[in-house]
Design a protein around this ligand. Structure first.
Ligand code: G3P
Ligand code: MG
Length: 233
């Protein structure tokens, strides 16, 4: 029998609310999500939760996120009267309610995020409630050097040569594949190495069913309410 994958609310319930906002994470919790994913950048040494390099798409104003002051970032208006949250605010909101798949998006986000998650371990979080990933594998190495016991995943686009070997070298517990890169053979290869397979970003229920039949372990979705069943942590 095929086991059921976990569903990870991608940037919160971003199909319903502005992505990576407290509203989006609260909605994901309401919809029963047991995991949420979000993207971390660093502004003036403070880890914040925001996907894009620029403010344009989300706030309709020009500006590179990491070149702003923290005060500027905190004053940015997002749709539905939302603000760009701090990593610490997101962790506070979801603590004890959902696990966190933390994606290191910005440059130099590895160490700062590690320090924040280590602090969270003093405040009721358990290591098993985190998985930290990044397309930037150097950031993952920096993260792991600071927080060696927090689980990490290898985030990929396409299917790089030596994908499994790289994941093993990094000490990852999972490989995160784009939906377009999924094949049965690759899933078998990753599983044979003792690693989990998470797939992003899957919003079509027919894809969810197909991936479940293929035995993937986790599915990122903007619509956690489309998951056939959700379990609390
Ligand atoms: O971590 C999975 C997924 O979030 C990676 O892509 O661009 O949505 O951050 P992106
Ligand atoms: Mg992401």
């Amino acid at each position: 029998m095929t086991s059921r994958p976990i569903y990870i609310a991608h940037r919160g319930a971003s199909g319903h609310e502005p992505e990576n906002t407290l509203l989006s994470f609260a909605r994901a919790l309401e919809l029963g999500a047991s995991w949420v994913e979000f993207d971390v950048r660093v502004v003036e040494g403070e880890p914040i939760v925001f996907h894009d390099r620029s403010l344009q798409r989300m706030a309709q104003i020009p500006g590179i996120v990491e070149r702003q002051t923290l005060a500027n970032i905190r004053s940015v208006k997002l749709p539905k009267d939302q603000s760009i949250p701090l990593l610490s605010e997101v962790l506070h909101l979801i603590r004890g309610k959902a696990c966190a798949q933390v994606e290191l998006k910005g440059r130099n986000s590895g160490v700062v995020t590690a320090l924040t998650l280590l602090q969270a371990l003093q405040n009721g979080w358990d290591e098993s409630h985190f998985i930290v990933s990044s397309f930037d594998h150097a950031e993952i190495l920096a993260f792991r050097a600071t927080a060696p016991t927090i689980p990490i995943g290898l985030l990929t686009y396409g299917y790089p040569v030596s994908c499994v070997e790289n994941a093993q070298k990094l000490g990852a517990i999972s490989v995160h594949l784009h939906l377009d890169a999924v094949t049965e053979e690759r899933i078998k290869q990753i599983h044979a190495a003792g690693l989990k397979v998470f797939v992003y970003t899957v919003n079509d229920p027919s894809d969810m069913r197909e991936l479940t039949a293929l035995g993937v372990d986790g599915i990122f979705t903007d619509f956690p309410d489309r998951a056939p069943c959700v379990a609390k942590i």
